[in-house]
Design a binder for this molecule. Structure first.
Ligand code: SAH
Ligand code: SF4
Length: 366
């Protein structure tokens, strides 16, 4: 096939050694039609040759929706008084972890709102120790509990947490300040410092952004990709921004890209990141499925290699609504699990049952 664009040709001929700059990425993110298809195919090839057509599972336990922050996009922000707050009991969290272990998932993610307190630090530390004990140390555990002190991150690492997800949301500090309140609790610099701290402690570190935020440009997204490359991350989770009716950003809903465009640009982001960072782990996030029923599968085909089935106990799911139309909120864990195999096979990938599926990038860096 003939490709006319000078910029895409290095991708097509496989010249991965020539690093893509901000201008190239800005252009590539906007490709359409045949050129876009070529780029997505290239990402699929890179995935197959670098990490293989295997999808690793992370059973997601959204164990608390209590949060002290007020991110303007998020449905469980402190000021949303319509949310019924919950924290799952230790017993139920451990039962969900055991379920993941018995189902051979390999890993789980413990995710929550942001709570900084001695009791919370202890709770998570206890859970990590118990999860390691109930699985003979076999279940991998990723944490995603926001910004914490160095001491807390260290305690959790020692207790068995070995990966941490903390999205930067956007790498543009100006845009960051438009989608967060401007106070010390919502500091861009602090978030970047936390990411560096997590790396220093020894975690495999994941970050990511939302795609299609109000005021966000293609240049911003190109810089997000370069930010991740620069930080040399191990894992990434990116998803479309989906407005939530009970949040301040909902007022800007008429200025947003159509949902389909947010989906397609997210798919482009994942594909380009796979090409730029061939050996990292990239998640096919749940928010993709909120736009397109087969959204996660499409993105697995074109670069992603991680799936996070929701195993939060069913009664709580409806209360962890970060955005509207969140899928699988009224199903039990079993309903979700039974469809994983079918969904992954649809993409010509295999499920990496019983494996941690650590980021190869992390292994190489040692
Ligand atoms: N409190 C932790 C983890 C839970 S929030 C933290 O903030 O790091 C997990 C992610 O949900 C956030 O990082 C954000 O990227 C995403 N999110 C929140 N609101 C969203 C929305 N309206 N649309 C899409 N993603 C959203
Ligand atoms: Fe809290 Fe995370 Fe939502 Fe921000 S994005 S309000 S920190 S749960």
């Amino acid at each position: 096939m003939e490709i006319n664009s000078n910029i895409i040709s290095p991708l097509v001929v496989g010249g991965l050694n020539s690093p893509l700059g901000a201008r190239d990425l800005t252009h590539l993110l906007q490709l359409e039609g045949e050129e876009r298809k070529t780029m997505l195919r290239k990402a699929a090839e890179v995935k197959a040759s670098e990490v293989g057509n295997v999808v690793y599972l992370r059973g997601l336990i959204e164990f608390s929706n209590c949060c002290v922050k007020n991110c303007m996009y998020c449905g469980i922000r402190l000021d949303n008084k319509t949310v019924q707050r919950y924290t799952v009991s230790n017993e139920d969290i451990l039962a969900a972890a055991k379920y993941a272990y018995d189902k051979n998932f390999g890993s789980i993610v413990l995710q929550s709102g942001e709570i900084e307190s001695p009791a919370f630090t202890e709770k998570v530390e206890y859970l990590l120790q118990e999860i390691k004990a109930l699985s003979n140390g076999e279940l991998g555990v990723t944490l995603s509990c926001g910004e914490q002190s160095e001491d807390t991150y260290r305690r959790w690492f020692l207790a068995g947490g070995h990966r941490y997800l903390l999205r930067i949301e956007t790498s543009n500090p100006e845009l960051y300040s438009k989608i967060h309140p401007n106070d010390a609790l919502h500091s861009f610099t602090k978030r970047v410092d936390c990411l560096k701290l997590l790396k220093k402690i020894g975690y495999q570190v994941g970050t990511g952004v939302m795609v299609g935020l109000p005021f966000q440009t293609f240049e911003d997204l190109a810089n997000d990709l370069l930010f991740m490359k620069e930080l040399d991350i191990d894992m990434c989770g990116m998803g479309p921004f989906i407005e939530h009716v009970d949040t301040p950003l909902y007022q800007l809903k008429d200025q947003l890209w159509p949902l389909q465009k947010r989906f397609e640009v997210t798919q482009n982001m994942v594909a380009l990141l796979r090409i730029m960072m061939p050996d990292i782990n990239i998640a096919a996030t749940t928010a993709l499925q909120a736009i397109d029923k087969l959204g996660r599968e499409k993105v697995i085909r074109t670069g992603a290699n991680i799936l996070m089935p929701n195993i939060t106990p069913g009664v709580y799911r409806n209360s962890y609504k970060l955005y509207d139309n969140k899928p699988c909120t009224d199903e039990s864990a079993d309903d979700c699990t039974s469809c994983i195999d079918v969904r992954v096979h649809l993409t010509d990938n295999e499920v990496g049952y019983g494996k941690w599926g650590d980021s190869k990038r992390f292994g190489k860096r040692g």
